[in-house]
Design a protein. Structure first.
Length: 202
């Protein structure tokens, strides 16, 4: 009787340990998947920003990350200065990934940690995926507001690099989209967390 009870306790302990280990693996998966999704989303979304104003990348963002300088067309002026005259979609995608992967890291970490409190791993993955979708929707909506503000000329004080821009308004609009994309991420992560917590209570 005692031996069978001890065996039952030992089996339950093993199940608990295995469940904890599986949730740790699930947390790592959530973080990794979030980084990948955030990077891919930004790579695609930055193509839209580039379409609004290629000059925003060739005269501004191209200096932020080395990947943005891949495949650029350059000319050398009379004074020896190198001027970038055209961008590259691959470089734009790289810029998007390198400038937004941290959103996936932060979001995946926050949502994943609280998602562990779900009884089942399937619920944890399902709830964090839904919350991640909420974050992306908020980012898109807020970035769209930035686009509208830029096109309406509502932020004419946005600095431009020089007076040689072909389309200053498009440049400002692209800049506002980029800024508001980041704002949307900072707003979306807390909202996503609240969503996960509400699902836990439900």
């Amino acid at each position: 009787m005692v031996s069978s009870f001890s065996a039952l306790v030992k089996e339950n302990k093993c199940n608990i340990i295995n469940s904890s280990q599986h949730k740790d693996l699930a947390l790592c998966f959530v973080i990794f998947a979030s980084v990948i999704v955030a990077g891919c989303f930004s790579a695609v979304f930055d193509q839209l920003i580039y379409s609004v104003s290629p000059e925003y990348y060739t005269m501004n963002r191209v200096h932020d990350f080395w990947f943005g300088r891949v495949g650029l067309d350059r000319i050398v002026g009379p004074d020896g200065e190198v001027e970038i005259i055209a961008g590259n979609r691959l470089g734009v995608a790289g810029e998007g990934i390198l400038s937004f992967w941290w959103v996936g890291l932060m979001g995946g970490l926050v949502l994943g940690i609280f998602g562990i409190f779900n009884h089942y791993i399937s619920d944890m993955l399902k709830h964090t995926a839904r919350a991640g979708l909420v974050i992306l929707v908020i980012v898109i909506l807020v970035a769209t507001i930035g686009y509208i503000i830029g096109m309406a000329g509502g932020y004419d004080n946005y600095s431009v690099p020089n007076d040689n821009l072909n389309d200053p308004r498009a440049y400002r609009t692209a800049g506002m989209m980029h800024i508001f994309k980041g704002i949307g991420a900072l707003l979306g992560i807390p909202v996503g967390l609240i969503y996960v917590l509400r699902l836990l209570k439900g």
